[in-house]
Write a protein that binds this ligand. Structure first.
Ligand code: HEM
Length: 456
């Protein structure tokens, strides 16, 4: 994109010749974004080599990009680059094809459908905890990743997937590693170059596709309909009586697994860390579990009653948003504030920055679940708090993810107390998601939250 000399540009750091702010950003993506927003205000121009990126810190602008003027944008380069693994799934597709797929898939995520997945979620938590020993130190992030993958895979495929999850897990892991490598090298090395990473990536993807296509074929031949997400996708029909092809179903299935499992695992991992650092919050959570569940296992029907657990998760996703920033490429000229953005420009909307804005969050760095009381979220202006994105491209799995996170949080907290292993450093690794750099080692302490029946 050429910049006309007359074009008014926002302020921003100059960086170094040729590379701009590439290295500053790469050293500390979240901290650098926050410092820029604090220093330069509503819109900061970040030169990434030849690419000019507009970092937005005004909620009205964020909302324009994600909501009212979303038609002026397509997904940014990083999400587009996921097409080699996700194909034309919901996260990566655009235009009329995306609209059709979103319309078709939406009913599978309606509230009444979601309740059916609650039992899968609590059963999976039980299976995970059966492997846990009192006093053991474990990488809780790895456990949460396995747990949420099992849940999304079982919600999609029912029991058909039971012995195949290791293949899927290893392929999705290879996709994540591959994508991080691509991001770190700024997509300079084409994916067809036979590097060890690329070869492994293509092999694992191929193995996973074989498993998925096999299940799809068997399902099409089966006489009895099951009640999982895959059956719903197979049965969906467009207005003209059309169905999704095998390839389209494969792309949606891989997208749902990819978009659904790491984000939810991260939301829980950061929540366990925060609870271990704030014993007063943990105590209140246990009190709520005692009162609402009265000693029994949680079910989908309990989620709306677990008010404090919902606040804990909202607050955790404010401080550690699993999807901490997303970019969009301009396709239609648009004015944001005093500046005109032209096709080819990139905007960067950043949850990490917006969720820490002291104009909207008192003592923004503090973990205070109580701030979400009394309809606080409804009073926030649009574009301030958006862990699930917003507008037409907002997260289709939001309801699924909130229900899953609450159920897993309370099912586990009911039986185990997780404390931090202080030998182990905690650092952020902001890639497309916000990961812990060195896993999350935590010590498990068995506990029973006892419910005392009131004496009559
Ligand atoms: C805590 C968990 C989750 C978080 C924080 C999260 C966050 C997000 C965000 C921020 C977006 C928008 C990305 C953008 O604007 O570029 C998104 C989109 C999406 N998410 Fe989630 N997500 C979560 C869980 C899930 C789950 C459980 C599923 C499915 C089972 C899912 C499926 C999707 C899909 C398919 C999209 C693309 C929607 C579209 O463009 O039409 N997500 N998610």
């Amino acid at each position: 994109m050429q910049f006309q000399p007359s074009r008014r540009l926002p302020p921003g750091p100059k960086g170094i010749p040729l590379f701009g702010v590439l290295f500053d950003y790469n050293q500390d993506p979240t901290g650098f974004s926050l410092r820029c927003a604090q220093e330069f205000g509503d819109i900061t121009l970040l030169p990434f080599g030849p690419l000019k990126v507009y970092l937005l810190a005004n909620p009205e602008h964020v909302s324009e990009v994600l909501n009212h003027k979303s038609h002026c944008f397509i997904k940014g380069v990083s999400i587009q680059s996921l097409k080699s693994s996700l194909g034309e799934g919901l996260l990566t597709s655009e235009g009329n094809f995306w609209k059709r797929q979103r319309r078709l898939t939406q009913p599978a995520f309606h509230r009444e459908r979601l309740a059916g997945y609650g039992d899968i979620m609590t059963a999976a938590a039980e299976t995970t905890m059966r492997q846990w020993q009192d006093g053991e130190i474990r990488d809780i992030h790895a456990d949460m990743m396995q747990l949420t993958l099992l849940i999304v895979a079982q919600s999609l495929f029912g029991t058909d997937i039971a012995d195949k999850t290791p293949i899927i897990e290893s392929a999705l892991d290879a996709v994540l590693v591959h994508f991080s490598n691509q991001l770190n090298t700024f997509f300079l090395l084409p994916e067809w170059v036979p590097t060890p990473d690329n070869i492994q990536f293509w092999q694992k993807l191929h193995q996973m596709d074989e498993v998925i296509y096999d299940i799809i074929r068997q399902r099409r031949l089966a006489k009895e309909a099951k009640s999982d997400l895959l059956t719903m996708l197979l049965q969906l029909e467009t207005e003209d009586g059309d169905h999704m092809s095998d390839r389209e179903i494969r792309d949606e299935v891989v997208t749902l697994m990819m978009a659904g499992h790491e984000t939810t695992a991260l939301a829980l991992t950061w929540t366990w860390m925060l609870l271990a650092q704030h014993s007063e919050v943990e105590e209140k959570l246990c009190e709520e579990i005692k009162t609402v569940l009265q000693g029994r296992s949680p079910t989908a029907a309990d989620v709306s009653q677990l008010t404090y657990a919902n606040w804990v998760l909202k607050e955790s996703m404010r401080l550690y948003p699993p999807a901490w920033g997303t970019s969009r490429q301009v396709i239609e000229t648009i004015k944001l504030g005093d500046y005109t953005l032209e096709p080819g420009d990139t905007v960067f909307v950043n949850q990490w920055v917006m969720h820490r804005d002291p104009r909207f969050f008192e003592r923004p760095e503090q973990f205070q679940p109580e701030r979400w009381a009394d309809g606080f979220e409804q009073r926030l202006p649009k574009g301030v708090y958006f862990p699930f994105g917003d507008g037409p491209r907002g997260c289709i799995g939001k309801g699924f993810a909130m229900m899953e996170s609450v159920l897993l949080l309370v099912a586990i907290a009911q039986k185990f107390r997780l404390t931090l292993d202080h030998q182990h450093p905690i650092e952020l690794q902001p890639s497309i998601t916000l990961r812990p750099k060195f896993c999350m080692k935590m010590c498990l302490q068995k506990r029973e939250i006892k419910f005392e029946r009131p004496s009559t």
